[in-house]
Write a protein that binds this ligand. Structure first.
Ligand SMILES: Nc1ncnc2c1ncn2[C@@H]1O[C@H](COP(=O)(O)OP(=O)(O)OP(=O)(O)O)[C@@H](O)[C@H]1O
Ligand SMILES: O=C(O)c1ccc[n+]([C@@H]2O[C@H](COP(=O)([O-])O)[C@@H](O)[C@H]2O)c1
Length: 211
């Protein structure tokens, strides 16, 4: 485990006294322990003051399937992060409306958080697609990107701007939201794959029964 590479041989933004904010964007349908471990590990390695989880409004690259209502995904994210004082949740992508683009997420956060250093945390699968994201050339001027290992996906920064991305190995948890939804649909347990409160919320709202 540990950081494989940090831009310029040191952690970006360190020693400048600015707030260091992690941004963990995701559809979180549902949020699971893979997301939480990734955020926690990056927060420790990069000395982040806070990690802001940002549930997507409309994830345009997931349009081939029905995504659960944004309010359910938002509330599950709040429940999952509530016990960690370093974690918070933003409604920015949900309240903006329309398809969610990370360029807008980062612009909104920059407007609210002034001159803080932003660190966008993303999994190996998402990192490999980043050149297909809207305005990807500008993304790297707004935040430093941290790609984390994810079982089944190679972690590589091939083709990405030098200095714009750090690669980090986190404890591997072979959990995906797709798998969690499939398990609920089959009546299999999701205890310990997602936080206890999220298990209860899924049950209360009868989510994923027909997934
Ligand atoms: N087990 C995991 N380990 C590390 N990173 C993960 C893991 N699961 C998801 N991520 C990362 O978290 C971010 C948000 O993920 P997302 O909400 O799409 O979850 P997901 O499990 O990939 O969902 P789905 O299975 O529905 O595609 C992405 O950058 C993704 O790569
Ligand atoms: O900006 C884009 O064009 C873009 C395209 C695909 C995904 N993203 C972001 O990547 C993060 C993970 O997305 P997802 O769909 O894997 O949950 C989330 O914050 C998305 O908004 C962003």
């Amino acid at each position: 485990m540990g950081e494989q590479q940090a831009a310029g041989g040191r952690e970006p933004g360190s020693g400048r006294g600015k707030r260091r904010l992690g941004v963990m964007g995701g559809t979180f349908d549902p949020i699971h322990h893979g997301h939480l471990v990734a955020a926690s590990e990056v927060a420790a390695l990069f000395h982040l003051d806070e990690v802001i989880f940002v549930p997507t409004g409309q994830p345009w690259q997931k349009s081939q399937r029905a995504v659960s209502p944004a309010e359910d995904r938002y509330l599950m994210t709040v429940i999952a992060t509530a016990s960690n004082p370093q974690f918070s949740v933003s409604r920015s992508d949900i309240d903006r409306g329309g398809p969610t683009y990370t360029i807008d997420t980062l612009r909104d956060l920059r407007a609210v958080h002034g001159d803080a250093d932003l660190f966008f945390i993303t999994g190996a699968d998402a990192l490999s697609q980043i050149l297909s994201w809207r305005d990807h050339e500008e993304l790297f001027s707004l935040a430093h990107f941290i790609g984390v290992t994810r079982p089944g996906h190679d972690l590589t920064d091939d083709g990405l701007p030098k200095g714009g991305v750090s690669l980090v190995e986190v404890p591997a948890l072979a959990i995906s939201s797709t798998d969690c939804r499939g398990r609920v649909a089959k009546g299999d347990p999701v205890w310990y794959l997602v936080p206890d409160g999220v298990v209860r919320y899924i049950d209360k709202r009868q989510l994923y029964r027909g997934a």
